[in-house]
Design a protein around this ligand. Structure first.
Ligand code: GLA
Length: 721
């Protein structure tokens, strides 16, 4: 069991293949975090406690302690992980050790996405119970070590075991002290059409908050933050990373105390979420996934990728090869007829596409983005044979059929809104702020959830639909509910997420074979919470291949390529106006779930031939691309080149993808050094027949040729001899 409890010493040692996490209960019953880092033989590091005692008399004894779940009012001045205000109006909370229990396997979190175990042997769990004698607040700290995946999960369940109401105003999922302050921090900052840019800088002397208050994880930041030793590169250095498995507003933060120690925390954003806990009630926080790597960022990403791909993503499509698709959005926008769509389908079939996706504009009277969200009934003027008829025509042409929805939204100009004007998030007496001319359904309400489950089920059961693109195109403004008591209004954002997860759980289990792809104005809600319900996500509305190099590279810090939608679109690109070769666009899209997003019926024969070749290649190597091990090789944020590699799970096939931004005349061919290969094995280039030793590919590097022209690329397939 990767959890050892030394009960006489009140010491808990949790360990994976390469890390240890050590907790200790001191003589006053405080639960302290003594260590998170490289694996220790037995975890007994209680000797470090001396450091935290004594010192200047100015501070209380609590100021220095490395609390595992810091609270308020005793002299700990950092950010509280739990803050509970009682009916006397104060939030002093003293949580001391009560008991612990070990469980094999991993209990599910009710109503929330989380890492799961398929067999008890995969996971070992520990629950530590803390209690505040005065208010009766009980905190159950839940830990699971996924031993083979080499990761730790944490969450907290709070129960009101007293007789008065408690108002929870901080409910973080994890907060871990780290020694010293010689660190860098790393997070993924972005915006619409430029998601997940890698930001790295020194931790500094002040608190850094990486957060969302939007009611969605959002484009601006991802619910992820890492603390790194300054020497960290892809292949070396120590990384402490946290990812919140949640899709709503969040807070990740680093703090540096005046004792020059640091702390990394993650959880619900206290600015937009509090919770009234009546006697006997419980509140479960979202789960945090904690990754430690002593092998730099590659080691961190590997642990995130394996965990997300195999134990966050679920269902029929988790381990299946994902279909090559063609989506009509950038091909036609709202301006389509059945014949126009079928012309695209016909060309798609000829080049080997397997799935056709009809995007926005098929329902109500939606010919622009100003109406009809909520009216999920086919526009028969546009599509005279209905969704069922169109799906049949697409199926008859040999392709599967997929459909776009934006289920969480309601247009003021819709029959649904006219019938239920109180069904959106709003505040009575105030204007309802529109974005993209739409409002958000109040999914904190069960009647609205039930309506949505019914409306989606109707469409999905009345046509042959194999794929759903689940979009969400605005964030929350008046995030309050007409159906909630005043004292519970600040719960609305989280109640919305719980409602949304209920709807998604219900729909994905009613239609288990449908492939769901999440979307939010591109990659605005690309998070592990969504991936629990939908194994892939549209990475960005920016389909420019040069931009995509950075977007996909940044996304890959946390999320595996099989979760990223990546499509070939028109040139010049609709978002940037940049012109690129068809092949480059294909080679970049090959770094994710491959598809097309342009009018295939209007391409030149040469481009269609390139498209056909790309589809053939994708089909041949997609098992490796989607289920193999992905490693970043060259960073497009810092250089003119980008490169990454995929190695199949049996290690026999390697796909190297190399890209160049601007060409340089009179240059020596660029060489890419690969990684993680078998030094002594021989690898054969499938195109040229040339063979190389693994050692040469890694240490000397593979010349990817002189790439003539801007925005060029090469895909090299190697097989172990
Ligand atoms: C969002 C999505 C796009 C497309 C449009 C349709 O912007 O990200 O891919 O589906 O909505 O309105």
């Amino acid at each position: 069991m990767p959890i050892t409890i030394h009960s006489e010493k009140k010491l808990f040692h949790l360990f994976g293949k390469t890390f240890s996490y050590v907790l200790y209960v001191d003589e006053k019953g405080n639960l302290l975090n003594l260590y998170w880092g490289r694996k220790l033989p037995d975890g007994d590091v209680t000797y470090i406690l001396k450091e935290f005692r004594g010192g200047a008399s100015f501070d209380s004894e609590y100021s220095r302690l490395p609390f595992e779940l810091p609270t308020v009012g005793t002299g700990y001045f950092g950010m509280p992980a739990v803050r509970a205000r009682n009916e006397q109006g104060n939030d002093v909370t003293v949580l001391t050790y009560d008991s612990c229990a070990q469980v094999s396997g991993k209990p599910a979190l009710s109503g929330l996405p989380a890492v799961y175990a398929e067999a008890d042997g995969e996971a070992s769990s520990l629950v530590i119970v803390l209690r505040d004698a005065l208010t009766g607040l009980i905190a159950r700290l839940k830990y699971t070590v996924m031993e083979n995946l080499d990761v730790l999960t944490r969450s907290v369940e709070l129960e009101n075991g007293g007789s008065e109401n408690l108002n929870l105003t901080n409910m973080l999922s994890a907060s871990v002290p780290l020694p010293g302050n010689e660190y860098d921090i790393l997070h993924l900052k972005g915006g619409w059409a430029r998601e997940r840019r890698i930001v790295r800088r020194p931790i500094g002397e002040a608190t850094t908050r990486v957060e969302s208050r939007r009611g969605a994880s959002g484009h601006e930041e991802n619910p992820f933050m890492a603390v790194l030793t300054p020497d960290t590169t892809e292949s070396q250095g120590e990384v402490f990373a946290m990812l919140l498995i949640y899709s709503g507003s969040f807070l990740a933060a680093t703090e540096v105390s005046n004792f020059e120690n640091s702390r990394l925390s993650i959880g619900l954003n206290p600015d937009v979420c509090s919770w009234l806990l009546a006697p006997g009630e419980t509140f479960q926080t979202p789960e945090a996934l904690l990754v430690h790597s002593a092998e730099g960022l590659t080691g961190m990403s590997r642990r995130f990728h394996e965990t997300i791909r195999t134990r966050v993503c679920r269902g029929y499509w988790r381990d299946r090869e994902r279909p090559v698709l063609a989506n009509n959005w950038e091909a036609t926008y709202f301006d389509f007829t059945e014949e126009k769509l079928m012309a695209i389908v016909d060309e798609a079939r000829k080049i080997g596409v397997e799935l056709f996706v009809l995007d926005d504009g098929w329902f109500g009277k939606r010919n622009r983005d100003n109406c009809s969200l909520g009216d999920w009934v086919c526009n028969m003027e546009k599509l005279p044979c209905g969704i069922g008829g169109l799906a049949k025509r697409v199926n008859d042409a040999g392709l599967r059929f997929g459909l776009w929805f934006e289920p969480e939204m309601i247009s003021p100009d819709s029959d649904l809104y006219r019938a239920h004007p109180d069904w959106c998030l709003h505040v009575d007496g105030r204007a309802r702020t529109e974005a993209r001319q739409q409002l958000i359904l109040d999914l904190s309400r069960k009647d609205v959830q039930d309506y949505l489950i019914g409306a989606l089920s109707d469409v999905l059961s009345n046509a042959s639909i194999d794929y759903v693109k689940w979009d969400m195109n605005r964030n929350m403004t008046e995030y309050f509910s007409g159906a909630q008591l005043p004292e519970r209004q600040n719960e609305t954002q989280h109640r919305y997420m719980l409602g949304l997860y209920r709807v998604m759980e219900e729909i994905t289990s009613r239609f288990p074979k449908v492939l769901f792809e999440g979307c939010s104005g591109g990659g605005g809600r690309f998070d592990a919470g969504m991936l629990y319900y939908m194994p892939q996500f549209w990475t960005s509305d920016d389909t420019d291949p040069v931009e995509r190099l950075c977007i996909q590279y940044g996304t890959s810090l946390v999320y595996p390529p099989c979760t990223m939608g990546a499509h070939v679109s028109a040139s010049p690109n609709h978002q940037t106006g940049r012109a690129t070769a068809f092949k480059t666009r294909c080679d970049v899209a090959l770094g994710g779930n491959f598809g097309f997003e342009l009018d295939l019926s209007k391409q030149t024969p040469e481009d269609l031939a390139t498209a056909k070749e790309a589809v053939e290649l994708v089909k041949e190597v997609r098992k490796t691309l989607q289920q193999g091990q992905y490693t970043r090789l060259e960073n497009p944020f810092t250089g003119n080149f980008a490169a990454w590699q995929f190695v199949s799970s049996d290690e026999r096939e390697v796909v190297l993808c190399a890209y160049q931004r601007l060409t340089m005349p009179n240059a020596i061919a660029h060489r890419v050094r690969m990684t993680g290969l078998d030094e002594n094995a021989r690898y054969v280039d499938q195109e040229t027949g040339e063979t190389y030793s693994g050692a040469a590919l890694m240490y000397v590097g593979l010349p990817v040729g002189y790439l003539r022209g801007d925005f060029t690329s090469r895909i090299i397939r190697l097989k172990k001899a």
